[in-house]
Design a protein around this ligand. Structure first.
Ligand SMILES: [Zn+2]
Ligand SMILES: [Zn+2]
Length: 175
């Protein structure tokens, strides 16, 4: 699979070219070459431990998207990517190697070019992980907030002083 072709597609989605998107491209490339096919529905699930630019490459190339609920962000601030396939019941984890970030002297463009010339195996610690993905996204009923009247997912409603209210209203009320 051609890294630069993948890079083009990911950059189109992301909006600009950057080292982050190049890292995400390499994650996606590894997944696509190891039996994790692009996911029109929720066949794949990506659990990412960062919210930086790289995640957009997964959205563009793997079809693991925020809107479908098969992109889960854990706010750990780590460049770790866990990908599960509901089809093959497999999981893989890619963790960015320290050495890649050490060469601080490289310019932004040099970093991008360097990354694009590498294989995922050079950039990440890669290992198979137990198949243990988060559950499928649930379709849930929305109800009206007693205070602001806006439609709100039932599971996000707070019950406070006998009123059913949304989280922002609850925060206002408690002040
Ligand atoms: Zn970026
Ligand atoms: Zn409200």
């Amino acid at each position: 699979m051609d890294t630069r072709e993948l890079m083009k597609k990911a950059t189109m989605f992301h909006g600009h070219i950057c080292p982050g998107i190049a890292i995400g491209v390499l994650v996606a490339k590894y997944a696509l070459e190891h039996g994790f096919e692009h996911s029109p529905d929720e066949e794949l699930v990506a659990v990412v431990e960062t919210d930086n630019c790289s995640v957009d490459a997964l959205q563009a190339l793997l079809g693991t998207t925020y809107g479908k609920g098969n992109l889960i962000h854990k706010d750990y601030g780590k460049s770790n990517y866990n990908i599960y396939s509901r089809k093959s019941k497999k999981g893989v984890r890619l963790a960015l190697k320290k050495t890649i970030l050490e060469k601080k002297k490289l310019s932004r463009d040099e970093k991008i070019q360097k990354l694009l010339g590498l294989e995922p195996e050079n950039v990440f610690e890669i290992r198979d992980i137990e198949y243990d993905p988060p559950r499928m996204a649930q379709i849930e009923e929305s109800v009206l907030c007693n205070i602001c009247g806006e439609l709100t997912m039932d599971s996000r409603m707070m019950n406070y002083q006998g009123k059913i209210m949304c989280i922002p209203c609850y925060k206002e009320f408690k002040k």
